[in-house]
Design a protein around this ligand. Structure first.
Ligand SMILES: Nc1ncnc2c1ncn2[C@@H]1O[C@H](COP(=O)(O)OP(=O)(O)O)[C@@H](O)[C@H]1O
Ligand SMILES: [Mg+2]
Length: 295
């Protein structure tokens, strides 16, 4: 069953990030089966991710080549590199969205704290609940109100037993949007400005109380003022979440990230404190990239 007849491609993508057996939960609450094993961990204590020897493929093409990298708890890690170097692919491997793409597969391990999210018996629902994703283009559900857009995150993940109104307000406050929308909660989400829509999508993502938030060029469709607002928000969010952000904007990486990783042709070239990557990188290819010599 398709979730809704009028979703755009981005929304389809967002929905397909939901596991297939939960895609119709919003329409039919209470029908989801209980997960067999979960990656649930203690909330609010800080969660790290560790990638070891990851290879990712599209058919026979290898897009990620033996990548190992650590994303530290309550830090912002930026991933930079020229278009096509595998940033989005790696990001999608971090919450098992990559495998939703036909012919795509990944090998290696990705740990959330001590649990391999690719381990046998791990429930993919719990993986995507623990590791949320915000996309490049704000993608609020077009027919839904501001309130329902945030509540949708909970419904799609089959979260039950929470006070919806309370959680929606908390999430909108967390996304720095509450004051701007509290009097228009029942208006359509798509009536908001682009920057507000992206913060609405962030509210939808944090509504399920993830441990890690993945962001794929979250500001690239926003104007400079909206961009700065989202950057301020990301800075706040790292108090509670571990953030991995893909950006093509070097200034943004420099402003936001504790550490920055540079990728080239599917390989991780260098990962270091952001100041070091921009002022004194170890690898000459990193230096050439950050000084604008290619890419
Ligand atoms: N859905 C897909 N099917 C086949 N190949 C893909 C797909 N998405 C990305 N690729 C390929 O994988 C490589 C990495 O792409 P991507 O992860 O999108 O890079 P980036 O986000 O750094 O621009 C590229 O060669 C790209 O063409
Ligand atoms: Mg990309």
């Amino acid at each position: 069953m398709r979730p809704h007849p009028t979703f755009t491609r981005e929304q389809e993508q967002q929905m397909s990030s939901m596991p297939s057996d939960r895609r119709d939960v919003a329409a039919a609450p209470g029908t989801a089966a209980a997960p067999d094993a979960t990656v649930a961990t203690q909330a609010g204590t800080g969660h790290s991710m560790t990638v070891r020897g990851l290879d990712a493929y599209y058919g026979d093409d290898k897009a990620i080549k033996n990548v190992s990298i650590e994303y530290r708890a309550n830090q912002v890690t930026a991933m930079i590199g020229p278009s096509g170097c595998g940033k989005s692919t790696l990001l999608r491997c971090l919450n098992r969205m990559h495998e939703e793409i036909p012919m795509a597969r990944a090998e290696g391990s990705v740990l959330l704290d001590d649990t391999d999210i690719y381990g046998a018996g791990v429930d993919v629902v719990s993986v995507r609940q623990a590791i949320g994703m915000v996309f490049q283009k704000p993608n609020p559900f077009p027919t839904m109100s501001v309130f329902d857009n945030v509540a949708a995150g909970l419904k799609l993940n089959g979260v039950k037993g929470v006070d919806m109104k309370e959680r929606v307000e908390k999430s909108l406050r967390g996304a720095g949007l509450w004051e701007e929308v509290k009097d228009r909660l029942s208006s359509p989400g798509i009536g908001l400005s682009g920057g507000q829509q992206q913060r609405l999508c962030i509210a939808r993502t944090i509504a399920v109380e993830p441990r890690v938030v993945l962001m794929d060029e979250p500001c690239s469709a926003l104007d400079p003022i909206a961009t700065l607002k989202v950057e301020d928000l990301i800075h706040e969010l790292k108090q509670e979440y571990t953030i991995v952000i893909v950006t093509h904007n070097m200034q943004q990486a420099a402003r936001l990230a504790d550490t920055t990783a540079f990728f080239l042709l599917g390989e991780k070239i260098e990962h270091a404190p952001t100041a070091q990557i921009f002022s004194n990188p170890t690898d000459s290819r990193t230096e050439q990239y950050v000084t604008g010599k290619f890419g």
